[in-house]
Ligand binder design. Sequence first.
Ligand code: SF4
Length: 129
Amino acid sequence: MKLTKTAKALLIGVAALALVAVVYAAVDATAPTAGVHSENTALGTTDNCSACPFAGTDQCPAAAADKAQATDKPYVDTDRCIGCGKCVKVAPDAFAIDRKTSKAYVKGGAPCASVAKGAKACPVGAVQQ
Ligand code: SF4
């Protein structure tokens, strides 16, 4: 069977589009979910932060945890937090849920006793004191 030049060009075009679609799907499957640092680290290491849209911004949960650790303040390990809200329920003066990340955080000036209550209630040990 002999193909015309137009048919050959059409076949090549369709093949090129299919290749682009396959490559795009592969890249998209490894893209981090916005605002979910734990999913980024699940891809390997925090080296994946380079692909995270929140890397280097004030919304980066890893940076917030690092900052809290550096100042010896209590903080919620967002890689562990499952967003169940138990800490907020038992100690609303110390904890809140971040709407963007659906993870808990320790409020500024949180009383130590309340942080301890929230830490005790946390089912995954995400509250670091
Ligand atoms: S109790 Fe623990 S897992 Fe649940 S929201 Fe609070 S910190 Fe996160």
